[in-house]
Design a protein around this ligand. Structure first.
Ligand SMILES: [Zn+2]
Length: 283
């Protein structure tokens, strides 16, 4: 599952290679790829043909390209990729949608081996598509509101990691980056949100932004080629991880062995000394 930095890498690639170009042809090669588009494949193609891509924007893990007043919205799912490459290159069997451009240059291919991802056109969604308006801004957006988030955490009876993963509170934070940010600020994942001090929330969100920025720097190297890619893994950042996936390895701060707890059908990794467990689930 791609996390925010991976999706931002794709957004930057689209910004560089696709924005400003006029769409010449649209081929929908698999109906599942437009299953969320109300008008179906023919309507999808008709609305895009001849339009110019005016930007590349993102909220959380959703990307959209403003085209006129509308938005071409992408959700990459587990395995979706947006690839820019030579128009004459052979189509792989996993290409679901192909866009060519009037300038005759590179084309844009939405490929998705597992077909969980999809594209749709959101009418009048150029500024913010209606279908993702309920998703909160992410910590890298100008619209991110720390004071508002702090106030909302106070009213919730939940643990901080569960809140970090709640897209209605803050978007774009997945399991890996939640664990890394919590380790940096020495907070246990189960700490009660209504007992967190404002300074703790501020430090945590700064840590989330730092982890994202560092991951983005690692991903930036793939820009050199004319190829926009997200592979559904955070491979390039793996060497930088301090706790995620490091069960029973020494904490890089204190040497204690990292523990793994079950969490929402997945795992939480933390240091038992740097991030003491709250007593009775409270703190
Ligand atoms: Zn430690």
């Amino acid at each position: 599952m791609p996390e925010l930095p991976e999706v931002e890498v794709v957004r930057r690639g689209l910004d560089q290679f696709v924005v400003g170009r006029q769409i010449a042809t649209v081929e929908v090669l698999h109906p599942r790829a437009v299953r969320r588009h109300a008008g179906g494949a023919a309507d999808f193609a008709a609305r895009l043909t001849g339009a110019t891509v005016e930007g590349a924007r993102r909220r959380g893990k959703y990307l959209w390209l403003p085209v006129g007043h509308d938005a071409l919205l992408a959700h990459l799912g587990m395995s979706g990729q947006l690839l820019v490459g030579p128009a004459e290159a052979p189509l792989s069997p996993h290409v679901r949608i192909r866009l060519t451009f009037a300038d005759g240059g590179t084309d844009l291919r939405f490929t998705d081996q597992r077909t969980f991802g999809h594209l749709l056109i959101d009418a009048d969604g150029a500024q913010l598509p209606a279908v993702i308006a309920h998703i909160a801004p992410d910590p890298l957006e100008d619209a991110f509101d720390l004071a508002g988030l702090t106030a909302r955490l106070r009213t919730r009876k939940t643990g901080i990691k569960r809140a970090l993963l709640d897209q209605s509170l803050v978007s774009g934070v997945g399991n890996i980056y939640a664990d890394e940010a919590l380790w940096r600020v020495r907070l246990h994942w189960a700490r009660a949100t209504d007992r967190l001090r404002s300074a703790e929330v501020a430090a945590l969100m700064a840590a989330v932004a730092d982890v994202f920025s560092e991951a983005l720097k690692q991903g930036g190297t793939s820009f050199d080629s004319l190829y926009v890619n997200v592979n559904g893994e955070s491979g390039y950042f793996d060497r930088e991880l301090n706790v995620y996936g490091r069960a029973s390895e020494p904490c890089r701060r204190c040497g204690s062995l990292i523990r793994r707890d079950p969490f929402m059908n997945r795992s939480s990794y933390s240091c038992p000394v740097c991030q003491p467990r709250p007593r009775n689930g409270r703190w």
